[in-house]
Ligand binder design. Structure first.
Ligand code: XMP
Length: 514
């Protein structure tokens, strides 16, 4: 398998994920990347077929408006021509503006709109009607095209420029949202774009699963394999893929260092059973003492969690089973964040850069999480697997912040997480929005009154984020009554005097508190 060949540069639109889904359902994979990751991606790979610039709730002139990196404008195909582009809504403005066109705050259009095709034979419009309904949502408009560019469609009622292209027909802008179901031919247009500018179709769950299994069969015809197994979507899907080939040659291991939420171990056992993985649980509760003298996140991730808690049992399992290779659920974004595609190191993932002296195979290294979810779903695995919220490998060790980790604080975080989840699950309009929930003990002592009088204790931070790729995220606000209930319940704990919601977007914040 290879990395996706379409890049969707996310300029912070609510609909970006729909673009990816529409392409996928037409058989094409795409990588959703924010502008800085787009830069890393284009610098390190010359296999991109085309770039889609998403919409976004911005004006190109606004301070801080998201801008594609300069590599987007200079990246070339092997024949030396510019990479084809499709700018959608705000992406359409950016595309015209960057090439000398004008964008102005006028001709706003919202909702269902009829357009007239000026060039009905243009490939993007193949198989669609000369007049058709699209879905618009914009305040600014392109009012003048760059020199030599041409109009492909107009809004019927006003004559606004609704679509354009450059003289080569490869730099295309559409003012509407083809990824919205209200654009009646939207899917068809994306498919036309993909067929015109893409390689062959590359999304086919059945063949992707068999190609990973074939590779496993070829590379590892004999010998045992081991894999760390959290029971999350990535490791469960790796287990599912590998167990189908290796059968009784595969052994998975979950380490319980008292750093798991109440239900994680049960889920891991259940998911091991479902995926056919032989599974052992290593109890490492005695290792919590290692954290007595540190509050530093990277020390926890690397020196302690990785080297002293995570690696020794894996090495023991390797020796015990005489393993010849090991498997990991590392994804494409993990490699991007760890700097392995050429960009900056955001954080050292607890599971990258480990050398066990035997070959490592990461069958998901070319996939994004939304693709793993879609594959796991297509393969018929249960929702508890494909829809599972991510949980970081070091677990609750990252959720006791600014104070050394102890069993008592871990138990407090577990209790708090139970409380918050129970309340939010009763509020589906909030719960269903959440991509990841973080409940953490924040150790800064603050004064409070707890029955007997004045005490100094920490607080519980609650953070819910909505995200597509976990590289950028939007903080979610809780309704006041829901938050009041959470706060009241959390502060009953003797170690907690405050509770606070943290809704800052990533960036500048991150998903986790450390
Ligand atoms: P941040 O906090 O960087 O996290 O926005 C992005 C996603 O990665 C998870 N995360 C980790 N996962 N080991 C992991 O396996 C780690 O050290 C680690 N740190 C963060 C985080 O929970 C979120 O899903």
């Amino acid at each position: 398998m290879e990395l996706p060949k379409f890049v969707i540069t996310d300029l912070r639109s609510q609909l970006t994920k729909n673009i990816e889904r529409e392409f996928r359902e037409e058989g094409y994979r795409s990588a959703i990347l924010d502008p800085s990751k787009t830069k890393d991606w284009l610098r390190s790979s010359n296999k991109t077929d085309a770039i889609i610039l998403s919409g976004g709730d911005w004006s190109v002139y606004a301070k801080g408006s998201p801008q594609p990196p300069k590599e987007v404008w200079t990246a070339k195909r092997p024949d030396g021509s510019l990479l084809p582009k499709l700018g959608i809504c705000y992406g359409h403005h950016v595309l015209a503006w960057k090439h000398g066109g004008s964008v102005e705050a006028r001709n706003a259009e919202y909702g269902k709109t009829i357009i007239e095709l000026v060039e009905p034979d243009f490939p993007l419009f193949r198989g669609t009607e000369p007049e058709q309904q699209v879905w618009m949502n914009h305040g600014d408009s392109v009012t003048k095209l760059p020199e030599g560019w041409r109009i492909l469609a107009r809004t019927r009622a006003t004559g606004n420029i609704a679509a354009f292209c450059d003289p080569t027909g490869t730099q295309i802008g559409v003012q509407w949202h083809p990824e919205s179901t209200h654009s009646v031919n939207g899917r068809r247009m994306l498919a036309n774009f993909a067929a015109e500018f893409g390689h062959s179709k590359d999304w086919n769950p059945g063949s992707m699963v068999s190609s990973i299994r074939d590779e496993l069969r070829e590379r590892f015809p004999s010998g045992n394999a081991i894999m760390p197994f959290s029971g999350g979507v990535d490791s469960s899907f790796v287990a599912y893929l590998a167990a189908g080939v290796l059968g009784l040659r595969l052994f998975g291991m979950t380490i319980d260092a008292d750093n798991l939420r109440r239900y994680d171990l049960g889920d891991a056992k259940k998911h091991a059973h479902i995926t056919g993985l032989q599974h052992v649980v290593i109890n490492a509760h005695d290792k919590v003492g290692l954290f007595a003298c540190t509050t530093d996140a990277e020390t926890k991730r690397k020196a302690i969690f990785r080297n002293q808690i995570y690696v020794p049992p894996i090495v023991r399992l390797k020796d015990e089973k005489d393993a010849r290779f090991w498997l990991q659920g590392t994804l494409a974004p993990d490699l991007i964040e760890s700097g392995e595609t050429g960009g900056a190191v955001i954080k050292s993932h607890h599971n990258t850069g480990i050398n066990l002296g035997i070959p490592e195979y990461s069958p998901l290294k070319d996939l994004f999480k939304y693709e793993v979810r879609a594959l796991a779903k297509a393969e018929g695995l249960p929702e508890s697997i494909w829809n599972r919220m991510p949980f970081p490998g070091p677990g609750l060790f990252l959720r006791v912040v600014g104070i050394p980790v102890t069993h008592e604080l871990l138990e407090c975080v577990r209790d708090s997480n139970d409380i918050v989840e129970a309340i939010l699950r009763r509020t589906p309009e909030v719960w269903d929005e959440i991509s990841q929930l973080v409940v953490a003990y924040l150790g800064t002592p603050m004064v409070g009154q707890k029955g007997e009088g004045r005490v100094y204790r920490g607080s519980i931070g609650v953070r819910a984020v909505k995200t597509i790729d976990y590289m950028t995220a939007e903080g979610i606000y809780f309704p006041k009554d829901v938050w009041k209930e959470i706060e009241r319940e959390l502060t009953k704990h003797p170690l907690v005097v405050h509770a606070a919601p943290y809704s800052t977007d990533k960036p500048p914040a991150t998903t986790e508190f450390e």
